[in-house]
Write a protein that binds this ligand. Structure first.
Ligand code: ADP
Ligand code: ZN
Ligand code: ZN
Length: 697
């Protein structure tokens, strides 16, 4: 409702009422909604999350509400805008648009969706607005406004028949469909084992019963391919929620879900807060993915909230992954999650073995081994595609002086400047600082400078040379944040790969997830050693997850794939376990280490982080925080210490870690900590926040 507040007018939520002892109260100016905008179930979730993450409830509620509601608009849907082909548009042949690739892409997308597409869907499919306008000017495309229809379930929710499930899939589907009320599942299936098919078949009876399915996906998982699979399978509306929506689109999606018109809601992490009129099932795809954890402001983990939500709504929740987080795996192994396993690929192709190659002979100028280069050439010669994975963009990660060893560092961070050759710039990947490539050493003035190491840009250049020698040539397609900054460029690149002509893909972890490349039969993985050897307790787990996700891109349909992994530590235990593709064995090793050290899932963590203009200020604040805490046997306070990256974007960073085997004890202490910290004058000279269950330390 709208209320006077001092001289201003604000929009507020009513969350209860009680008689007041004050007599001079102002009146509410306007009641904006007749019904509660946040229903009881969602409110309870917000309350629990606010308590758990020690974040103010008001901010949590503000975060959950669509922006237009916060600004005082009523929670009503606008008419739904759809773009669709006109009769003439249906009959246009593609070659009339060969000179206008973006219009052609728009036309192709619209042909695949005869019912038309909402602006949100068009955006998700990266259709350009100007292309659409051009098609409209040609009268091939029209914009229509449809009023929302009442909720209803078509006689047949399936728009296409399901695949014949294999026995493992069938067991998983039955378990989920038979679940009564709340039941958490881990669908632990190797890449390509058909987890999506399990989701689809488990959803069908839920939808047929008139209920809704909420599915969370990682940011990068919301690909046109994924959406297409859901839209093709079901005759019910699929609503997409992601950060690229306009405020109006977001509110409409929110209202459609709340009123039960949206039947399948697919979204990134914040979609876990979507109100649901008739909840039936919650799915968290790629449940290990780090993007499910919000890393600023309200630092919640959508994976965990999804389970709470399911519990509250008394519906099953399915967490799916080929490489579940150790926390999730532990819940499954100890029987708290129902563990469903898919151990084989769904198609005929077996999972590819990972061949370890000793990479001690590679140099900054020759980052790929002859064996790897030969495999790439052979793959192209067979008319297939190869992928080279390197999780580092730019041309080279450092410029250094041959005479004195000086390295070009970011003036604002404890980090090296990455050379981006095509832009003739050095850039800091932590704060965005950039400067021109130096001509002289910053220390001794020598001009004898060189670069060391390799990034995707360098690999691309090397591979382009390599491809020239292949008969007929083959394009090198680089996919990283630098080459996909422009809207639609990622989808254009993915579409090029989908066409299936011989090509080499070079890319970072953007390539790792969710994509389906039918003609890809070789993956070359480079430079993953750092993760396996990392001091961060999650380093090896994340490296193994990434490795297996990338390896899973190779040979996905009926062709056997090959995976080569270059490593300088081929005899390292964890590298060998990961290369053997044995995530379970690797998880055993890592879980034992974690048990010994009291790390999650055996212990629970909270991290108080602080940034200030000097390290002394940051440490002083954290010292005072620690000093104000009662000493407890079952909660360990570690630090304060400077953060792993001590300086970032010109600020000094320090942290205080709290660890306990008992959650209630930890959370009790956090209450005290927050109260104390908020009252400390030293806290006003710095920025600080608490991160409960941090994923990076
Ligand atoms: P995941 O999500 O586990 O990586 P997908 O669900 O994407 O795997 O399935 C991989 C491929 O196998 C897809 O092309 C899918 O159509 C196919 N597939 C899945 N289940 C079956 C099945 N039961 N029979 C035939 N093909 C299947
Ligand atoms: Zn020098
Ligand atoms: Zn920097």
């Amino acid at each position: 409702m709208q209320v006077p507040f001092g001289r201003r007018t604000l929009v507020g939520l009513v969350h209860g009422h009680q008689p007041s002892q004050f007599t001079k109260l102002k009146n509410v100016q306007r009641v904006l909604d007749q019904e509660a905008v946040i229903d009881e179930a969602l409110y309870t979730l917000c309350e629990r999350a606010a308590r758990y993450y020690h974040h103010p409830l008001g901010e949590v509620l503000g975060f959950v509400l669509p922006a237009l509601l916060r600004q005082g608009q009523p929670a009503l849907a606008g008419g739904e805008v759809r773009w669709r082909l006109t009769d003439r548009g249906h009959h246009v042949s593609d070659d009339r648009l060969t000179r206008a690739p973006r219009q052609l892409q728009a036309l192709t997308v619209l042909k695949e969706h005869p019912d038309g597409l909402t602006p949100a869907m068009l955006e998700a499919l990266s259709v350009s607005k100007s292309a659409l306008q051009a098609l409209r000017d040609k009268e091939w495309v029209e914009r229509v406004e449809l009023q929302p229809e009442a909720a209803g379930t078509p006689a047949e929710v399936l728009a296409e028949p399901a695949l014949a499930a294999n026995p493992e899939q069938r067991a998983a589907i039955h378990a989920i469909v038979d679940a009564q009320g709340f039941q958490p599942f881990l669908l632990d299936g190797v890449t390509g084992s058909g987890k999506t098919e399990v989701y689809l078949q488990a959803m069908a009876p839920v939808l047929a019963a008139g209920k809704q399915v909420l599915m969370l996906v990682p940011e990068i998982g919301l690909t046109p391919q994924t959406l297409r699979r859901f839209r093709q399978r079901f005759a019910v509306p699929v609503t997409v929620l992601h950060s690229g929506l306009t405020d109006r689109e977001r509110l409409d999606a929110w209202v459609a879900a709340r009123d039960g018109r949206a039947r399948i809601i697919i979204g990134t992490r914040s979609a876990v807060f979507t109100p649901l009129a008739h909840p039936g099932l919650i799915i968290v795809d790629e449940t290990h993915d780090a993007s499910l954890k919000q890393q600023d402001g309200f630092r919640y983990h959508a994976r965990d909230l999804a389970t709470w939500r399911a519990q509250q709504l008394a519906v099953p929740v399915v967490h799916g992954s080929a490489t579940p987080a150790l926390e999730t795996l532990h819940l499954a192994r100890t029987g708290r999650y129902h563990w469903l396993r898919l151990t084989r690929r769904a198609g005929d192709a077996g999972a590819p073995p990972i061949e370890l190659l000793d990479a001690r002979d590679t140099t900054p100028d020759r980052p790929l081994l002859p064996t790897a280069l030969k495999a790439i050439r052979d793959t192209l010669a067979r008319g297939e595609q190869a992928l080279v994975f390197l999780n580092r963009r730019g041309f080279a990660p450092v410029i250094l002086c041959r005479d004195c060893g000086w390295q070009d560092e970011c003036p604002r961070c404890d980090s090296l400047m990455t050379w981006h050759r095509s832009e003739q710039q050095l850039r800091c990947h932590h704060c965005g600082h950039q400067h021109r490539v130096p001509q002289r050493c910053g220390d001794c003035g020598s001009t004898n400078l060189t670069d060391a190491g390799a990034g995707t840009e360098k690999l691309e250049a090397l591979l382009e040379k390599e491809c020239e020698q292949v008969k007929g040539g083959a394009p090198v397609v680089r996919i990283d944040r630098d080459t996909t900054r422009r809207k639609g460029s990622l989808d254009a690149k993915l579409a090029q790969i989908q066409k299936g002509e011989p090509a080499v893909l070079v890319g970072t972890q953007m390539l790792a997830k969710g994509h389906h490349f039918p003609r890809l039969s070789l993956a070359v993985i480079t430079n993953m050693d750092a993760g396996f050897l990392s001091a961060d307790f999650r380093g090896p787990e994340q490296a193994a997850q990434l490795l297996l996700q990338v390896a899973g891109r190779s040979g996905r349909q009926d062709r056997p794939g090959r995976v080569l992994m270059q490593s300088r530590h081929t005899d390292h235990n964890l590298v060998q376990l990961a290369a053997a593709g044995d995530y379970q064995a690797l998880a055993n090793t890592l879980l034992e280490e974690r048990r010994g050290a009291g790390w999650p899932p055996f212990g629970h963590l909270a991290l108080l982080r602080c940034e200030a203009m000097t390290m002394a200020q940051a440490l002083t604040f954290l010292d005072e925080c620690a000093a104000g805490l009662p000493a407890l046997d079952n909660v360990h306070v570690l630090g304060p210490v400077p953060a792993p990256m001590e300086k970032r974007a010109g600020r000094y960073r320090a942290q205080l870690l709290l660890q306990s085997n008992q959650r209630p004890a930890l959370h009790g202490l956090l209450d005290a900590l927050m109260e104390h910290a908020r009252a400390l004058p030293s806290g006003r000279r710095c920025r600080w926040h608490l991160d409960v269950d941090p994923i990076d330390l």
